[in-house]
Each structure stands twice: as structure tokens, then as C-alpha cells.
Design a protein around this ligand. Structure first.
Ligand code: HEM
Length: 151
């Protein structure tokens, strides 16, 4: 069994779980934004959001990151014999996507806290309008690694 291919597979699985959470949490926010703070629905949405964020999204983000860093390590030390590939256009695009997704994850975490405190200020419309952003980042990131555009 090839360790690199195993790491790649596990990385993709962790990324699937992370992306599922990062795209589902704002769907819950969209409905939550229309509910009165303190109501029973408010409490239900808060529990759904907390569990999704803490149990799925947090661990999936950490695993994606650790496995991604492991892939970088194996590439640099064994497969490619150097760190130069980190500066290639496709890798820079991939890393820019990583920075954006980690930022978006924490932006959603901060919004979750505001919902939990009954202090949400963003609308149903806002959460629907921004919901596609992480998917656009995912398209860039997946095509960056599969096409290795720019050499
Ligand atoms: C969280 C930080 C991440 C890091 C540090 C990272 C890093 C890496 C590295 C170094 C590779 C191996 C590239 C190669 O030489 O083939 C890789 C593979 C891959 N990554 Fe990530 N990645 C991260 C997150 C993501 C995310 C969020 C996605 C999708 C949205 C993603 C999708 C993929 C895919 C599909 C592959 C397999 C490509 C292939 O083997 O052909 N990664 N990642």
C-alpha cells in the first residue's frame, strides 16, 4: 500500500465532511434569521448549529489541514525532493483557497455565537447570497490540484 495515496484518500474524505458542514451551516442560519430570539425554534436551531460546528466542522477542518500538511511534507521530502512546488501557480491558488476557507469557517463560527446570544444582525437573504462562496473556492482548489495549471 502506498502511504501517499492513503493520505490523499483520507484528505479528500476529511475535506468532504468539512465542505458539507461549511455549506449546510449557512442554510440553517438562513431559516434561523427569520425566527424570534428566545422561541422554541430559536433554541432548536442553536442546538443544530452548535453540534454541526463543534462535532463535524471543527474536527473535519483540523483533519483536512493536518492531512494536507502531511501531503506537503511527503511531496517535499520524498516525492519531489524540495519545497519549490509550494510556489507554483496551482499550489498558490490551492493555498489561497485554504486561507479563504479557514477564514470563512471562523466567520461562520462568529455568526453562530451571535445567533446563540440572540444578537444576529444578518438576514436570510445574506446567508443565501453568500452560500455559494465556499463552493466557488472548492472548484478553484480541486481544479488547481487536478489540472496543476500554470505548471
Ligand atoms: C486545509 C488545508 C489543505 C491543505 C494544506 C491541502 C494540501 C494538499 C496537498 C499538498 C495535496 C497534494 C497535491 C498533489 O501533489 O497532488 C492535496 C490534494 C488534494 N486536495 Fe487538498 N489541501 C487542503 C484543503 C483542501 C480542500 C478544502 C479541498 C477541496 C475543497 C482539497 C482538495 C484536494 C484534492 C481533491 C486533492 C487530491 C488531488 C490529487 O491527488 O489529484 N484540499 N491537498
Amino acid at each position: 500500500m502506498n502511504v501517499y495515496d492513503l493520505l490523499r484518500g483520507l484528505h479528500i474524505l476529511a475535506v468532504i465532511a468539512w465542505m458539507a458542514g461549511i455549506m449546510y451551516l449557512p442554510r440553517i442560519f438562513a431559516y434561523h434569521a427569520d425566527v424570534a430570539p428566545g422561541s422554541e425554534m430559536d433554541r432548536t436551531f442553536q442546538v443544530m448549529e452548535l453540534k454541526l460546528y463543534r462535532i463535524i466542522m471543527g474536527p473535519a477542518m483540523i483533519l483536512s489541514l493536518v492531512l494536507g500538511l502531511a501531503l506537503i511534507w511527503v511531496n517535499a521530502t520524498a516525492r519531489l525532493g524540495g519545497w519549490d512546488f509550494l510556489l507554483k501557480p496551482w499550489m498558490l491558488a490551492k493555498l489561497a483557497g485554504v486561507v479563504f476557507l479557514i477564514g470563512w469557517h471562523h466567520f461562520l463560527g462568529a455568526a453562530r455565537k451571535r445567533f446563540a446570544a440572540g444578537m444576529n444582525t444578518r438576514s436570510n437573504r445574506f446567508w443565501r447570497a453568500t452560500n455559494e462562496l465556499p463552493f466557488i473556492a472548492a472548484i478553484v482548489m480541486v481544479l488547481a490540484v487536478t489540472l496543476e495549471f500554470g505548471g
